[in-house]
Design a protein around this ligand. Sequence first.
Ligand code: NAI
Length: 346
Amino acid sequence: MKKIAFFDTKPYDKQSFDEVSKGFDFEITYFKARLNEHTVELTDGYDAVCAFVNDELNKPVLKHLKEHGIELIALRCAGYNNVDLSESYNNIHVVRVPSYSPYAVAEHAMALVSSLNRKTHRAFFRTRDGNFSIDGLMGFDLHGKTAGVIGTGKIGQCLISILKGYGMRVLANDHYPNKAYAEATGIEYTDLETLYRESDVISLHCPLTPETRYMINDEAIGKMKKGVLLINTGRGELIDTRAMIRGLKKGIIGGAGLDVYEEEAEYFFEDFSNSAIGDDILARLMTFPNVLITSHQGFFTREALRNIAETTLQNIDDFFEGRALQNEICYRCEKNCVKPGKIRCF
Ligand code: NAI
């Protein structure tokens, strides 16, 4: 029986994996700790590790895993920016869950747009306090406005369907524009300048790569339409947070809906309600009435958790049974594609 060490596990992970693992022959140990240089020794004696978005699979961690015979890292998430792929190349296989519910994340992105626009996050507290004034809560019709979607993969496309349902014009930007998709849906691929200039709502759905890190910086914000709603359910480091704060102070950014934050690893998924927030940037962000932060919960639906458990355990089983891997990361390919089997693009 293969032994799997799970990191950064919460009660809801254990619940969904315990349910699904009944169909597999694994011995799972759930560690609450995140995987990093200080905790990596916990993996000794295991056959595989299962990691999540804030586990740190950096050089020292990968070196330790390799030296202790771990052959497989099973990410129970889609993004893999937390894995040093240059280092893991040498014989550690990395599998992920490329898609567990793009609807979950897209629907959450739309919830952020709607709340920010109609200020329901503020109305909730007002009415609870017996304040039924609507002064300051005015929004705008989304119908007929322009949305800019950066990254038209699985999540971006789900969001586009929702935006079209609202009657919005959609501009899109992607490294690999999908012309057939654009024709079928009536969206327009544009360069980022046009997207920034014309969009009333901008939502980020591209992966975090060296190229996209801080793509939303002072220069990009300077090109945006005044009052734009900026939504990030992708990865925190797509946005230079300090630049976003400057944009909010100038009123260029009319609202920010953030499910991710560049320094989220220390705070997100944890309860700090009894302590001070030491991160002054995060604390500053939370002072804006037009900033709505959720702590990386875009994926958090029943359906997505079940899909994550099923795909992760299937990935692990495929690996140990010698079957072709469907979800192995092909990390030398610029497209960030995933090739079936152990053949990579290079
Ligand atoms: P996907 O791989 O289906 O789509 C990503 C798209 O971005 C692709 O079409 C790709 O060509 C495009 N792209 C790559 N580089 C680009 C660039 N420089 N500029 C513009 N477009 C570029 O990925 P999916 O499933 O849609 O997820 C997108 C991102 O959402 C993930 O990388 C992950 O970081 C994030 N995510 C967040 C979750 C949450 O709970 N908040 C959950 C799942 C994913």
